[in-house]
Write a protein that binds this ligand. Structure first.
Ligand code: AMP
Ligand code: GLY
Length: 424
């Protein structure tokens, strides 16, 4: 199999690391990749949203399977264009990708298909939206821009004043461009979040082990939200009973809804749930693997990843049954100082070579924002590395991940010290 992986973050490094172990793999390419991915795949210098060029390259290279990591190319229609050209793709067409690409579409479909989610109202006029906020005096309210905003389009406001500022930024200042044409104003939910990912061929589901992200920058979940500061799997909040309910009232109705609309969804559906004592709701859907959830889930996969992704892309998952290890896996994200605000790039990263030479096979360092400059590994993004460790005991997995983090140094390096605190 000649496989092309599209993307260049920590999620893609994790997928590349696992795909590279497949006996069915002949050659792995990654566009554009990063400095870590380059150790397991040949990186191709084409941006992940340059779809026409990627398609021409994939045809020329006789690629057997393309796996799409990020949401942007999926929403832009990479899967439609590749499939029209006769290429096999793991990832939904642009019609299925609306589930992540438009909050308005996604909320309307959840309501129509009876999937539990927070109550909401949609607005395309700033004044109308602002007037609606008076209903939330004394309480929290959530404002969502209607489109991709790199994880920054959602504000959980402590009250109407903060909510009004968010509305202004989205609809008047156009902080997220076109995503400011409409907003969703939604009731705030409380509880514990869990990420549940399911690979699907459009009819069958392979639900992956649960995981929990840590979105806030600071310990104790304080401070602004980020792309994710760490994750662990499994998440004990996702009990077997909740798993049964989620399959029944979230994934099954979603697949039926897609079928009824003629959407042939071949890829992964990510359900972000909010779980409280007496109820659970879907906060959001994504149409791709989570980042950093993937870094904590994939090391627990005992069987081969390639046949799973290929079967979904080919539209027949019936004979695929992945095996999972009982281990707990923990990913700690090492970030550039200042992230998620302004930060500097180009800092030398030290200590990785020594770490890789140690005999510990239960640690993997997945690169997110790294690059090679004159032969030196340097930082090249906000989230730099995802240091992942696993063990049959969660505490030991956590300790192992943090021991590895202590060996890695770069100027301004920051990481949360409390990843997995809820499960410990
Ligand atoms: P989304 O992109 O819709 O998942 O929102 C990003 C994050 O905002 C979620 O992971 C939650 O932490 C938070 N969030 C979104 N919707 C709500 C809600 N209705 N109530 C509370 N928090 C929310
Ligand atoms: N970790 C959150 C996401 O992938 O959207």
């Amino acid at each position: 199999m000649r496989v092309l992986l599209v993307g260049g973050g920590g999620r893609e490094h994790t997928l590349a690391w696992k795909l590279a172990q497949s006996p069915q793999l002949e050659k792995l390419y990654c566009a554009p990749g990063n400095a870590g991915i380059a150790s397991v795949a040949e990186c191709v210098d084409i941006a992940d949203d340059n779809i026409e060029e990627l398609k021409d390259w994939a045809l020329e290279q006789k690629i057997d399977l393309t796996v799409v990591g990020p949401e942007v190319p999926l929403v832009l229609g990479i899967a439609d264009i590749f499939r029209q050209a006769g290429l096999k793709v793991f990832g939904p067409d642009s019609n299925g990708a609306q589930l992540e690409g438009s909050k308005v579409w996604s909320k309307r479909k959840m309501k129509e298909w009876g999937i539990p989610t927070a109550g909401f109202t949609i607005f395309d006029d700033f004044e109308d939206a602002r007037n609606h906020l008076s209903r939330f005096y004394g309480g929290q309210v959530v404002i969502k821009a209607d489109g991709l905003a790199a994880g920054k389009g959602v504000t959980v406001a402590s009250g109407p004043e903060e909510a009004e500022q968010a509305l202004y930024d989205i609809m008047i200042e156009r902080a997220f461009g076109e995503a400011g044409n409409r907003v969703v104003i939604e009731n705030c939910l409380n509880g514990e979040e869990v990420s549940v990912l399911a690979v699907t061929d459009g009819s069958n589901l392979v639900i992956l082990p649960s995981s929990q992200d840590h979105k806030a920058i600071g310990e104790g979940d304080k401070g602004p939200n980020t792309g994710g500061m760490g994750a662990y799997s499994p998440a004990p909040v996702y009990t077997p009973e909740l798993a049964r309910k989620t399959e029944k009232v979230v994934f099954k109705p979603l697949l039926k809804g897609f079928k009824d609309m003629g959407i042939d969804f071949r890829g992964v559906i990510y359900a972000g749930l909010m779980v409280s004592k007496d109820e659970f709701n879907v906060l959001e859907f994504n149409v791709r693997f989570g980042d950093p959830e993937t870094q904590a889930i994939i090391p627990r996969l005992d069987s081969d990843l390639l046949p799973l992704l290929l079967a979904a892309a080919e539209g027949d998952l019936t004979d695929v049954e992945p095996r999972w290890k009982d281990d707990h896996a923990v990913c700690v994200v090492m970030a550039s100082g200042g992230y998620p605000g302004k930060y500097e790039k180009g800092k030398f990263i030290e200590g990785l070579d020594a770490l890789e030479k140690t005999v510990d096979k239960q640690v993997a360092v997945f690169h997110a924002g790294t690059a090679l400059r004159d032969g030196h590994l340097v930082t090249a993004g906000g989230r730099v590395l995802g240091v992942t460790a696993w063990d049959s005991d969660l505490r030991k997995a956590v300790d192992r991940a943090y021991r590895a983090c202590e060996q890695i140094k770069f100027d301004g390096c920051y990481y949360r010290k409390d990843i997995a605190h809820r499960a410990l």
